[in-house]
Write a protein that binds this ligand. Structure first.
Ligand SMILES: Nc1ncnc2c1ncn2[C@@H]1O[C@H](COP(=O)(O)OP(=O)(O)OP(=O)(O)O)[C@@H](O)[C@H]1O
Ligand SMILES: [Mg+2]
Length: 392
């Protein structure tokens, strides 16, 4: 009986041992499968990282991820090898803590960099910043950073982007700015000198006019002074504004008309200006100025008798121009005086003033219309319509 019990016990022990071994084998197989999977996954991830580093190494500058944690601390979970050139640190040095990077940022730019990062994190807008880093040996680099932020589950913000070294471009910019400033100063000087020289000529003409006993010569010399003053004023406007490519025709004509009117009017006549602002080149401003000068002096000479009052109108306005064509403008000088004489055509063929006006209208590429003031039928009106040439 006892023998049987021993046999049964041994048989059960054997069975239990076999079952245990089978279970162990199964567990070992699962464990080994999991290990293989883990190894494969690591291989894939290592492979992807290597590929990322390889790609990043082909991009100019450094490719990175920047993490700003809710407690304000920051790090670079990923940084391409180029971080060694940009910040002179290794990717591993900044993997958990970015403090050393912020220590490199130029003190004058640090606040701006911090604010731009905070703004980008708050509004989830792309971070773009140009700033300097300063190394211990005194080297300063200009950097440009560009990254897109995303919010993480734990409240942190993660940016993906790149940083490039723009020192060379900045240096070229500075050199260009300096050269531009020099050229502007030079042009300013040229216009100033031209204006001064024209003023000297005006003074010489005034002295000659004073000296001359001939009324005709006196009048011619005085007219010449007015014309040269008109050109001097243009150069003065240019160097005062500091812009040489164009001039605001309205403000130039306003100054010129006021000056020419003051120099010649006797008092009873009024000057009325309605000038719309338009930028024109020096090539168009000069004929416009001479034209207005000539026509104002004509109004004051011929339109009003000694004791008669009246108005001189100078009007500059845009005309409706067909689509696609250059804008058309009209410059009109008119008066409420006696009107053109019956022998106007004969007179104008012997005089200089309106010859000059016709030539100047040509120079502007415009059309000159002469007649009574439209609408009223009285007085005299001289209008030039022209298209404003494209500015350089
Ligand atoms: N606003 C005006 N009102 C009336 N007549 C005018 C007006 N402008 C010009 N005229 C007439 O047209 C003529 C020609 O003008 P123009 O300017 O060519 O010659 P000018 O003024 O007589 O001499 P200058 O050659 O010195 O200018 C004038 O003599 C004058 O009779
Ligand atoms: Mg005249």
């Amino acid at each position: 009986m006892v023998d049987w019990l021993v046999v049964i016990f041994l048989a059960m022990l054997l069975l239990w041992h076999l079952m245990l071994r089978q279970r162990m084998q199964k567990k070992t197989r699962i464990l080994s499968d999991a290990l293989t999977e883990l190894r494969q996954a690591k291989q894939v991830s290592d492979h992807a990282l290597a590929r990322l580093q390889k790609l990043a190494s082909r991009v100019p500058g450094m490719v990175y991820q920047f993490l700003l944690r809710p407690d304000g601390s920051a790090c670079f979970p990923f940084a391409s090898e180029a971080i060694r050139d940009i910040y002179r640190v290794s990717p591993q040095q900044v993997q958990d803590d970015a403090t050393c990077i912020f220590a490199l940022i130029h003190p004058q730019d640090l606040n701006n960099v911090r604010l731009s990062i905070q703004d980008s994190a708050r509004q989830l807008t792309p971070w773009q910043c140009e700033y300097r880093v300063k190394f211990e040996d005194g080297t300063v680099l200009w950097l440009f950073g560009n990254a897109l932020p995303e919010k993480c589950h734990d409240g942190a913000t993660l940016w993906h982007g790149f940083i490039t070294d723009i020192t060379e471009r900045r240096q070229v910019d500075v050199a260009l700015q300096t050269s531009l400033k020099e050229k502007v100063a030079l042009l300013n000087e040229v216009h100033h000198r031209v204006k001064n020289n024209l003023q000297v000529i005006t003074s010489l003409l005034r002295l000659e006019a004073k000296r001359s006993g001939q009324p005709d010569t006196k009048a011619t010399l005085t007219d010449m002074q007015g014309r040269i003053r008109a050109m001097a004023l243009l150069h003065e406007s240019l160097y005062r504004s500091g812009v040489f490519a164009s001039v605001d025709l309205a403000s130039y004509l306003k100054q010129l008309a006021t000056q020419a009117f003051r120099a010649q009017s006797s008092g009873a006549v009024r000057l009325q200006l309605a000038l719309a602002s338009v930028q024109v080149s020096l090539d168009q401003a000069t004929p416009c100025g001479l034209l207005v000068n000539e026509l104002i002096s004509n109004c004051l000479k011929h339109a009003f008798s000694a004791d008669q009052g009246g108005d001189i109108h100078i009007d500059l306005h845009a005309l409706a121009s067909p689509d696609g064509n250059a804008p058309q403008w009209c410059l009109r000088v008119s008066d409420t005086g006696v009107g053109l004489p019956a022998d106007f055509e004969a007179r104008r063929s012997h005089s200089l003033g309106l010859h000059l006006v016709t030539d100047l209208a040509h120079q502007l590429g415009g059309t000159l219309t002469i007649g009574a003031v439209p609408g009223s039928g009285s007085g005299a009106s001289f209008a030039v319509s022209f298209s404003v040439a494209n500015l350089p």
